[in-house]
Design a protein around this ligand. Structure first.
Ligand SMILES: Nc1ncnc2c1ncn2[C@@H]1O[C@H](COP(=O)(O)OP(=O)(O)OP(=O)(O)O)[C@@H](O)[C@H]1O
Length: 307
């Protein structure tokens, strides 16, 4: 890939014998990229590798062409927004950010401007600046954390599950802020265990599960992969032949096999089928007991990610 900003080659990271990431290779271009996968998939591990907090156990990872570990020059170009909340309840946001900027080497007289600019960019309304952070909503705290990560004007911001706990409106607003930062030239890597949360925001994804990359690339690339993996679907139901006829009438099937209460179907457009199956099954007088993809692992991931 031309101009990859993050490149992993056969990258592994183990915690003792626990597997964090297992031999993954992928590239992330400039733009907004989602790291998606269920809990324990390896998202935080990857984020900690990108931000130099962990060292690879084997393989290579480069960010803007350089190794992140023990690389202060590179780390100065990265912003990190951790999953955990580590904000002081009793401070007001400007005081907190000024302290951080000062610790990072900004001359004290400049810290006010730096802190305020970051709060404006992360869209924390000025009317809230006089309140203590402890009184803030989840969404407002996220904005303070974001401001914290962009004070030094990084080229890449990495955010670990920033949408967690936000309501749909809060997620949409936070997405807007990230999009605006990206339009101003900052690349963004953002993780979530819910694909749906990031679908509207990210141009590309790295999909992880059990420390492995299931798929990576643009939304279009990934959809193609998912389609290839899951065109065979098994259904246990009260009347397989009736259901097969119902689906066939709608032109959805390439083929089917009915055996007792088991129906195996090969669908033409798995992605759309899996997204709409309740609607497609409705109107058929057949009770559905269970539905599985040929690739079990994928079906559960797919379900969890697309829910
Ligand atoms: N400090 C650690 N010590 C031991 N094992 C760890 C440590 N951190 C993560 N792991 C393990 O590594 C694997 C990947 O975890 P990781 O936190 O990267 O996943 P994740 O996708 O970020 O999940 P979550 O959304 O739950 O944070 C899991 O099996 C996890 O238990």
């Amino acid at each position: 890939m031309m101009n990859a900003i993050v490149k992993a080659e056969e990258l592994s990271c183990f915690y003792g014998i626990v597997l964090g990431l297992n031999n993954v290779s992928f590239e992330i271009p400039a733009g907004i990229t989602g790291l998606v996968g269920p809990n324990g998939a390896g998202k935080s591990t990857l984020i900690k590798l990108i931000t130099g907090q962990l060292a690879p156990s084997s393989g290579r990872l480069s960010v803007f062409g350089e190794r992140p570990r023990n690389n202060p020059k590179l780390l100065g170009q990265l912003g990190y927004c951790p999953e955990r909340e580590q904000l002081p309840k009793d401070l007001r946001p400007v005081a907190w950010l000024r302290a951080l900027a000062s610790v990072s080497g900004t001359p004290w007289r400049d810290t006010k401007a730096v802190a305020e600019k970051a709060l404006i960019r992360s869209r924390l309304g000025k009317e809230h600046w006089k309140k203590r952070i402890g009184t803030y909503s989840k969404g407002m705290k996220q904005r303070v954390k974001l401001a914290q990560s962009i004070m030094h004007d990084p080229k890449l911001i990495v955010l670990d599950e920033p949408m967690n706990g936000l309501d749909p409106m809060g997620r949409a607003e936070f997405g807007e802020i990230l999009r605006e930062l990206n339009e101003q030239g900052t690349s963004i890597v953002v993780s979530s265990h819910i694909l749906h949360e990031l679908e509207f925001l990210c141009s590309g994804f790295v999909m992880l599960n059990w420390g492995r990359v299931l798929a990576s690339g643009s939304q279009i690339d990934i959809r193609k992969t998912v389609v290839e993996w899951s065109d065979e679907i098994s259904v246990r139901c009260s009347d397989p032949r009736l259901l097969a006829a119902h689906l066939q009438e709608q032109g959805l099937l390439r083929g089917f096999l009915a055996d007792g209460q088991d129906l195996t179907i090969w669908v033409n457009e798995p992605e759309s089928f899996l997204a709409h199956w309740p609607k497609l099954f409705s109107g058929c007088d057949c009770e559905i007991f269970e539905m599985r993809n040929k690739n079990q692992a994928l079906s559960s991931i797919f379900e969890r990610m697309t829910r």
